[in-house]
Design a protein. Sequence first.
Lengths: 407, 207
Amino acid sequence: MTNAQLISQDPGWIIALKGLIIFAACVFLTIMSVWGERRIVARMQQRSGPNRVGKFGLLQALVDGVKLALKEDLIPKAADRIVFVIAPIISTTACFMAFAVIPMTGPVNFFGQQTAMQLTDLSVGVLYVLAIASVGVYGIVLAGWSSGSTYPLLGGLRSSAQVISYEVAMGLSLVAVFIYAGSMSTSEIVAAQDQWWYAVVLFPSFVIYAISMVGETNRAPFDLAEAEGELVGGFHTEYSSLKFALFFLSEYVNIIAVSALATTLFLGGYRALPGLGFTEQWLGGWFTLVWFFVKVLAFFFVFVWLRGTLPRLRYDQFMKFGWKVLIPFSLVWILVVATLRVMSQQNAPQALIFAFVFTVALLYLAVTSLIDRQKTKISEAAKIIDTTQPSFPVPAIPTSRAEQLNG
Amino acid sequence: MADELLPRHEEFGLAKADQSKAPITDHSSASFPKQLLGFWVTFKTMFKKVNTVQYPEVKEPTAERFHGRHQLNRHPDGLEKCIGCELCAWACPADAIYVEGADNKEGEQFSPGERYGKVYQINYLRCIFCGLCIEACPTRALTMTNEYELADSTRGKLIFEKDDLLGPLRAGMVPPPHPMYPNTDDGNYYRGEVTGSHPSQGVAKDD
C-alpha cells in the first residue's frame, strides 16, 4: 500500500493528532535550532555561545521567547493597525502549512492504526508547498508596508523581490525532479528515489535548489532584507514583543520547511542512507523518522555554516545572480533533462544518448569560453582607456618642485 | 620587533596568516575553488579550543599595571600619606575627584606635616582611569589597584568616600589620628626613615 492510500484511511482524531504533533515539532525544532545556530556560529568564531541557561544553554531560546512575550507590544502611530497585526500571522501560518505534505516516516503503527507520519498527501504536494511559500511573502510585504516607516518598507520590498525571484529558480529546479519522478506528490517522489537520490542523478538541480532555498528564506549570505548595516532590521524593524517573536519563529520554521522539502525531493526523504536500508524496519518503521531529521538537520547545519562563512551579497549582484545565472541555467538544464527522459522512454539507442550528452557538453564549453573571452575583452578595454588626457580642461601638472611649491 | 609580536597568534590559538592559501587576494573567477577554502576555515575552527573566559567564575589576572580602582596609601606607622593638596583634583580631566584639606591639630594628627585630606571623594561615574591623578600626587598617597569590578546599582554608591579608598591597616600600623613618630618631622617620613610605629603612638595592629 502506498503512503497516499494509508493516509486516506486515517480517522479524524489521527489527523488532528498529527497536526498537533507537526506543530509542536516545528516549534520545538525552532527553539532548538536557534540555540544550535548560536552555538555552532559561536564555535566557528572560537566563542562558546550561550551556555548559561540550563545545561549547555539549552533553554536559552525558550527564555528569550519568554522575555519577548513579556515585552511591551508597540504599534507605531503611523502604522495601519489591522494589517500590522495580520502580517505576522500570515507569515507564521504559511510557514507551518508547508509541513502538511512532508512525509516524515514510512508506514508505521500509530496508536494501533497503520499510517504514515504525513498529514496529507496531495497529488500536487510540491506545488502546494511553493504556493504556500508565496503566501508567506505577503506577510513580509504587508509588514513592511503597514509599519508606516521607511526602513521596513525598503526591507519588505527587497525581501519580496528576493523571494519572488528565487522562487522562480526554485520552481525551475524542481521541474527536473517532477520529470524524473513522474509525479508531484511528495511521498511518490520519495518512493521514486529508492535506487538513486535525485541529489546525485539531478545534481545541477540540487545545487540550484540549495542556492535558491537560502535566497528564499532570507538567510545569510542572502539576508539583504534585514541587512543590519543598511536597513536596521528590515521589514520587522517596527515590530516588538510577540509579533516580533512570530516573525522570528516563521523565519526558522521556514528554514526547517525548505530543508525538509530538500530532503524529500533530493535526499530520499525518510529513507535510510544507501547501504543502511535494514534500519528502516527498526522500531516498527519509526526509525525512518530519525533518518528524516538527520537529513533535515544536516541542511540546517549548512545554513549555519553559510552564515558563519560568507559575507552578505550586494543587492544588485544578488538579483543579477538570480535572474541572469540561476534561471537561464535551470531552463537549459530542464531542456536537457527532458530530452534525455524522452529518449530513454522511447528506447533511443545508447549512441544517440551519448551523442546528445556530448553535444550539450560541447555547447556548454563553447558558451562559457565565449563569455570568458567577452569578459577579458571588457576588462582589457577598461585598461586601455587613456587617463592622462581627460576631455575637460585641467590645470597643467607641475613638473618641477619649485612649480609645485609656488603654484 | 615583528618576531616578538608573533607568539600572540599562538596565544589565541589562531593559525599564522598563510599567504599562499589566502583566498582573498585573487578575485578572478579562476580562484573560485580557492574561495571555497573559506568554508574549510570556519569548519576547522569549530574544533579549536574556545577562547572565551567564563568570566564571573573564572577571573583572569589583569595586566600588572592595569588602571583599576584608586587607593589612598598610608605611611608605615599608619598615618595617611594624603596631605590634601588637591593636585589630583586639578589634574583630573574628567573632574571626578573632590578634595577638602584641613589642618592637623595637636591630638588630632592624620598625616605627617601640617595638612591632611579631610574629605576625599572619587566619582567613578566620571573617572576615565587615565592615571593623571597618580602622576600628579606629590606624596604617592594616591595609587591605583588592579580591581576592576566597579559596577553598582545607584549613582550614589559609585561616589567613593575616603573610607572606601583608604588602604587597609597592615601589621604594625596604628589607626590615625595619632601623633607622629617621636623626634621626627615630615621630612623623615618622605625620606622613608619611619619604618613602623612607636608604642607612644598608640596600640599597633597585630599580624
